[in-house]
Design a protein around this ligand. Structure first.
Ligand code: ADP
Ligand code: MG
Length: 392
């Protein structure tokens, strides 16, 4: 067990590293943050800052010298760096878990081999086209690069074999091509699994995406108890099969006929789990700290239905933030800004959580708040259907 005063290391200094560092600080730990970007948000609150590459042996030696345990902010750090640190230190999640989750081919193959339902997919190695027989049932499909993608980046809609051939011409990377499903809903669940195998699950969130980026989450997802139990059971058993230690997030698709598919795994806290900071006894970041420090897991109990809205760079105009007046005035909304200097379209600049009597009510309020942020956003927000009033 690492006690207060101990130094916890995190690879990655974005908003997830920031929120991890704040949780660690609150529990008396010190943090060391590594990020190649000197303006990384987590540097503002960390005790030690290293601006450098995640693969640099000197950076890793410095971490090993100064930290008692190390975690990662996101899946796109080299698993080999975690493996190096693992030789002498507690690293959670393990390099093996991160290696599986950072490569869509390994991830989807793991899920399929373990008997979890995924969208039908094919693996395309080194930019090679699949045979027509393999390809036909996967169209219309979505081509996803096997590594480094996030927030819908590295993905292309594919309507025909010719389109796929055109896209792959001259490319040598590896991809998965998966069938585009007719989605009834998207859900996620965040869990923490301790070193002793104990699991604490948060309630299921229903998620709305826009252009492949999370727009809004509502909790508890307005679904039947049966579906919610099924989602939780699948997430739990994925964590067990991975022998996972740390915070794990599992994204799900629901298609016609109540068919449930696992979409992807994130070996870390999740954007759709930010609500846990304001609406649960302990947040997903508290759990990340606890697992890393070898403490028992905390309660995941939901204190209030809620919704979370993302504030993307699209809302900023010429570097200026949108008018946040309505959000600031709202009696049960809490605003988070990450302190990022360069707003860009699709970049996550902040989020807010609104608490209400029910998830549908909270989601309606979140929609209204998002619509209040700018005239252009109000038009954009109209493009989204509301969180389903009840999928059961
Ligand atoms: P990312 O790593 O960028 O989150 P995802 O694979 O989760 O990548 O895709 C982002 C979003 O794109 C999903 O949340 C969903 O809205 C949509 N999407 C991805 N794959 C499919 C699919 N097979 N069928 C329908 N929609 C999909
Ligand atoms: Mg996703």
């Amino acid at each position: 067990m690492i006690l207060q005063g101990g130094m916890l290391g995190v690879l990655g200094g974005g908003q997830l590293g920031l929120m991890f560092s704040l949780a660690a600080r609150r529990m008396g730990y010190r943090t060391m943050v590594v990020d190649p970007d000197p303006d990384a948000p987590a540097f503002a609150v960390s005790d030690r800052k290293i601006v450098g590459s995640y693969a640099d042996p000197e950076v890793l030696s410095e971490m090993a010298r100064s930290c008692q345990a190390v975690t990662t902010e996101f899946e796109n750090v080299p698993a080999a760096s975690l493996a190096t640190l693992e030789k002498s230190h507690v690293v959670r999640p393990s390099s093996r878990s991160v290696a599986t989750c950072q490569d869509r081919i390994l991830e989807k193959t793991f899920l399929r081999d373990q008997g979890f339902e995924t969208a039908p997919f094919a693996v395309l190695l080194d930019g090679r086209l699949p045979s027509p027989d393999l390809l036909r049932p996967l169209l219309p499909g979505i081509l996803k690069s096997s590594r480094e993608g996030y927030d819908g980046k590295g993905q292309w809609g594919i309507g025909s074999p010719e389109e796929l051939a055109r896209l792959l011409r001259g490319r040598t990377g590896s991809y998965v091509l998966e069938r585009k499903l007719d989605l009834v809903g998207e859900f996620s669940v965040v869990l923490a699994r301790g070193a002793d195998g104990e699991i604490a699950l948060y309630p299921v969130a229903e998620n709305l995406h826009a252009s492949g980026i999370l727009h809004l989450s509502a909790v508890p997802a307005p679904i039947s108890g049966t579906l919610s139990d099924k989602i939780s059971t699948v997430a739990r058993s994925i964590a067990e099969r991975l022998d996972y230690k740390g915070v794990l997030s599992v994204e799900f698709f629901l298609a016609e006929g109540d068919r449930l598919y696992v979409n992807e795994l994130a070996p870390r806290p999740h954007n759709s789990g930010h609500y846990t900071i304001d609406a649960c006894v302990a947040s997903q970041f508290d759990q990340q700290v606890r697992v890393l420090a070898g403490l028992p897991l905390a309660s995941t109990r939901l204190l209030s239905p809620c919704a979370m809205g993302n504030l993307l760079g699209n809302l900023w105009q010429n570097q200026s933030p949108p008018s946040l007046r309505k959000l600031l005035d709202h009696p049960s909304a809490k605003l988070y800004l990450y302190g990022k200097k360069n707003p860009r379209d699709g970049r996550k600049m902040g989020h807010f959580t609104v608490l209400s009597g029910s998830a549908s009510e909270a989601s309606r309020e979140a929609h209204t708040l998002l619509a209040s942020l700018s005239p252009s956003e109000s038009a954009r927000d109209d493009d989204f259907s509301e969180i389903s009033p009840g999928l059961s």
